[in-house]
Structure formats: structure tokens, C-alpha cells
Write a protein that binds this ligand. Structure first.
Ligand SMILES: [Zn+2]
Length: 148
């Protein structure tokens, strides 16, 4: 679509929508383009044609009401690999071995100093801890030989 600023002999300005420049010329020459204010068909176009992609005016491009969530922080987090995460856990937790369920409970119930611990727990132990509201994270690493 092409939008012309049109002006009639009485200098009324209005917009006309046409399929093409040729369509405008044709309609004007057939006196089909008339001023909406005075119905004059003596219409000229002003030199401010705008091309529109659709048949209707484009919706106003206001501030987006649904902005994309910022992805950067999540993307940065995801660069921490599982291996480096496990390293972090290993460096910042105390190895309590098979006493893990017991120690986890003590820490949870403030019977032992709060600290990160790691160790082994049977699936049943881990489930019981979770039911007590004690956060347990299973890591996909083999237990050291001394735990076996
Ligand atoms: Zn007019």
C-alpha cells in the first residue's frame, strides 16, 4: 500500500490509500479520488508518500508490554559446568561420609554448626531427609573408596 497526503483545490488536506502510484493516477484521472470535506475531485498529491506494508496503519510501536525476560544472568549461571559446580561443592563442604544423614539432621535442627556437608546417603535416607525438609542434593559422582 502507498499512502498519499492529498490536497484538494480548496487546500483541504487528507490521506489517500492506494495500491500503487499508478492506482492513484488512474483513480484521480477517473475523478474517483474526492476530498472528504468538499467532495472536490481536483486533487493533487503532496510529496510525502509513505509506503505501508499492510492495508491498515501499523500498530503504534509503544513500549513493549511484554518485554523479554533478561537472559544474561541465567546465561552466565549456565556457564558454570556441572563439573565446576561439583568442584565448588567439594571445596566448600565437609566430608562426613556415611554420617551424612545424621549430620544433615543435626545441622537442620541446630545441633551442629551450620556448614556445607557432603557424604553418602541411601536413597531411603535422602528421601527421609527431604521429607523432613532438609535440602539434599544428589551429585552424580562416585563415592570415594574409603566410604565403601
Ligand atoms: Zn476539499
Amino acid at each position: 500500500m502507498i499512502v498519499y497526503e492529498l490536497i484538494c483545490a480548496d487546500e483541504h488536506r487528507f490521506e489517500g490509500w492506494f495500491a500503487s502510484a499508478e492506482a492513484f493516477e488512474r483513480q484521480r484521472d477517473a475523478r474517483l479520488v474526492a476530498c472528504p470535506m468538499c467532495s472536490s475531485a481536483a486533487v493533487e498529491k503532496l510529496p510525502s508518500a509513505r509506503i505501508r506494508r499492510g492495508a491498515q496503519p501499523a500498530p503504534k510501536e509503544g513500549p513493549s508490554t511484554n518485554p523479554m525476560p533478561k537472559q544474561a544472568p541465567a546465561a552466565r549461571r549456565s556457564t558454570m559446568t556441572l563439573a565446576s559446580f561439583i568442584d565448588h561443592v567439594l571445596q566448600h563442604s565437609e566430608d562426613v561420609g556415611s554420617r551424612f544423614p545424621e549430620e544433615a539432621r543435626k545441622i537442620h535442627y541446630d545441633e551442629a554448626p551450620r556448614r556445607g556437608i557432603r557424604g553418602i546417603a541411601s536413597p531411603e535416607d535422602a528421601e527421609a531427609l527431604a521429607e523432613e525438609g532438609i535440602p539434599v542434593l544428589a551429585l552424580p559422582i562416585p563415592a570415594p573408596d574409603e566410604w565403601q
